[in-house]
Design a protein around this ligand. Structure first.
Ligand code: C2E
Ligand code: MG
Ligand code: MG
Length: 638
């Protein structure tokens, strides 16, 4: 990177010099020509002056063709004076046809110059040459050769031509100094220009190099903690695989999201930074700590080959992370789930090792276990599950989810009083998937939140289509994770407004276990919803261990007895007893009681005898798509 930047810079230095030099050469040529032109203009003026003052007065406008000897000697004398004054070096007079009629040195050259003919036409010419330019042996110093026409007084008729050779000294010297001055300015200007360009290029390339370095750093590091990121971790892991025994571990914080949601991102960030520091301080030189994203960290511990040792080392890491931590005077307790693989015992392919560590980490999380090494048994379930969760986001966005509806029948009225929305995933490859295939996985990720929103919105939109009479309620299942969100109640109320649904027509089904995840938050959300008129149902009741005191304090409208008890009622008297007790319990607390999982007429009769309020089950109706459900309901109304 640095090498190529330097080469690039050197190329720039050379390449930028070329146009500057070309420009220099062109400007120099132009300057020379201008200086010469100025010098010659001056020479023409001087030649005119000499011709006008030395020759013209002697001839008094007469044609030069017939010079008398008196004229010649007068001319010789005058020219000798001018020569001795260093005004001219040599002077000839020619007639209008260009022939020499007088020469100060007496040599009558018979040649006719073009310039002489031009001057015969009235043009003044000047050029730089040398004395005796035609004779290589006697060639002398540089001179200016000029031709000046002579005129008859008061007329434009040319009477002759004066050819004179002026000393070059003054003019040439002037031209030379002018040229030198101009060249100096030019050279300085171009030099400064090139240096300025060079400076600019140096600065730009330094900035570029620095930002390239920054980018290279950022590409491999996490901005918040400064730790290596996932990409960099993968290459450290690859090094570990290449260089002997090591442990590759993935660490996921257990309730980090809750901290983030309740206490804000600033606290969440500080928590992560603090934990990153703890990890970095703890590990030995040569070990790697990375932040893989969100609340996930990665470790490479080199030199460890034994599972027990690895578990012990990672247990210390876990203890380190869950040690009390105070941020802004808030005591925070964080648990972490750790999954790991041993290198090379668990494989040599880095991607596969990372996936295995991830799968082990999920197993640890699900089972509330300590540091867990990957086992073959974790695989099948987790690999498909992980893959499905990966696809779920797109599935929600592209409406691959569908809702089926199962009616709930009021036993006293003998008619359907609600339908429950049950989500399915029309998977493009795997076909129609039921909640047990993807919901548990979704609930462990944030994906369950858009899923809940999607179900809520679509169920409420379907309600008027399913039931134009406005008598039925829509029951929607809410996952624990959604229930623990601080703005859960707001989201539900917004959905009601968006879909113009009267609050009492929504029945929110919360499983007993979901209530227990965060009982205080759940109570708060449910109280707000109930206050707005939404009805609350406790789903799968009997499967969890809700404290009755807690339950009695919640604004509950309905208990739904877990179908495990109901289905087996007619074959197992203990289940029948449980169902009857729950019905009594619910009534005593003022709740309506629904039995789900009614599969036979016998169970239905038992429930009726036990004074159960509503029933739901395959015996009455299986969950079905919207169209079927609508037709069914229409038929029942007739
Ligand atoms: P659930 O809320 O207890 O829903 C009732 C489940 O029992 C449904 O299974 C239904 O098909 C099944 N069922 C109904 N009658 C009978 C019966 O007579 N016998 C038997 N054996 N089963 C019966 P499904 O649709 O597979 O849903 C399973 C669970 O998935 C639901 O249990 C609910 O907890 C969850 N779920 C379904 N849809 C959603 C959803 O949109 N959001 C959330 N968070 N959870 C959902
Ligand atoms: Mg339900
Ligand atoms: Mg249920």
């Amino acid at each position: 990177m640095r090498g190529s930047a330097r080469r690039l810079f050197a190329t720039y230095v050379v390449v930028s010099l070329v146009p500057v030099l070309v420009l220099g050469v062109l400007l120099t040529a132009l300057t020379n020509r201008q200086a010469e032109a100025r010098g010659l203009a001056q020479a023409r003026a001087e030649a005119g002056l000499v011709a006008g003052t030395v020759v013209a007065p002697l001839l008094e406008g007469r044609s030069v063709s017939a010079l008398s000897s008196a004229d010649r000697s007068a001319l010789s004398e005058a020219v000798a004076g001018a020569v001795s004054n260093h005004q001219v070096l040599r002077l000839r007079v020619r007639d209008v046809t260009g022939h020499v009629v007088f020469a100060d040195d007496g040599k009558i050259d018979t040649r006719v110059d073009d310039e002489a003919l031009e001057a015969g036409q009235g043009a003044v010419t000047a050029s730089i040459t040398t004395l005796n330019a035609d004779d290589l042996n006697t060639r002398g110093a540089p001179v200016v050769e000029a031709y000046v026409p002579l005129y008859a007084p008061g007329s434009t008729r040319v009477t002759g031509v004066v050819e004179l050779y002026l000393p070059d000294n003054d003019i040439a010297a002037q031209v030379r100094t002018q040229r030198h001055e101009q060249l100096l300015v030019l050279a300085t200007g171009l030099g400064v220009l090139w240096l300025a360009l060079l400076g600019l290029a140096t600065r730009t390339s330094r900035t570029l190099r620095r930002s390239a370095d920054d980018n290279a750093y950022l590409a491999r590091h996490d901005a918040l903690t400064g730790l290596p990121n996932r990409a960099d971790f993968a290459s450290h892991a690859a090094n570990a695989v290449a260089s002997g025994p090591a442990v590759i571990a993935l660490i996921d914080l257990d309730r980090f999201k809750q901290v983030n949601d309740t206490l804000g991102h600033a606290i969440g960030d500080r928590l992560l930074v603090e934990l990153a520091e703890r990890l970095t301080d703890h590990v030995r030189d040569g070990d790697v700590v990375a932040r893989l994203g969100g609340d996930e960290f990665g470790l490479v511990l080199s030199g460890l080959a034994d599972e027990d040792e690895a578990v012990a080392a990672l247990a210390r890491v876990r203890a380190l992370l869950s040690a009390p931590l105070v941020i802004d005077e808030l005591p925070l307790a964080i648990e972490a789930s750790v999954g790991f693989v041993l290198v090379p015992a668990d494989g040599r392919d880095v991607d596969a090792l990372m996936t295995k560590a991830d799968v082990a980490m999920y197993a640890a999380k699900r089972g509330h276990l300590g540091p867990t090494r990957h086992r073959a048994g974790h695989e099948q379930y987790d690999a498909t599950r992980l893959r499905l969760v990966g696809e779920l986001a797109d599935a929600i966005a592209s409406d691959q989810l569908v809702l089926h509806y199962q009616p709930k029948t009021d036993l006293a009225l003998g008619r359907v009083n609600a339908v429950e929305a049950l989500v399915r995933w029309q998977h493009p490859v795997l076909g129609l998937l039921y909640p047990d295939a993807f919901l548990l996985a979704a609930e462990q990720t944030e994906l369950v939140e858009p899923l809940t929103r999607w179900v809520l919105d679509n169920a409420l939109r379907a309600l008027p289509r399913l039931d134009p009479t406005g008598e039925l309620s829509m029951a929607v299942n809410i996952s624990a994770r959604s229930l623990s969100r601080p703005d859960f109640a707001d989201e539900v109320l917004e959905a009601l407004i968006r879909t113009r649904t009267p609050a009492p027509r929504l029945l929110v089904e919360i499983t007993e276990t979901a209530l227990l995840v965060d009982p205080d938050r759940a109570a708060e959300s449910l109280t707000r919803l109930a206050a707005a008129g939404v009805r609350i149902s406790i789903d799968d009741f009997g499967a969890g261990q809700t404290s009755l005191g807690y339950l009695a304090a919640l604004p509950v409208h309905e208990l739904k007895i877990d179908r495990a008890f109901v289905t087996a009622m007619d074959t197992d008297s203990r289940n029948a007893a449980i169902v009857r007790s729950v019905i009594d319990l619910g009534h005593n607390l003022g709740f309506s009681v629904t039995a789900e999982g009614v599969e036979t007429a016998a169970v239905l009769a038992d429930l009726q005898a036990a004074d159960c309020d509503s029933v739901q089950g395959f015996f009455l109706a299986r969950p079905a798509d919207e169209n079927t459900t609508r037709l069914r309901l229409e038929h029942a109304r007739r």
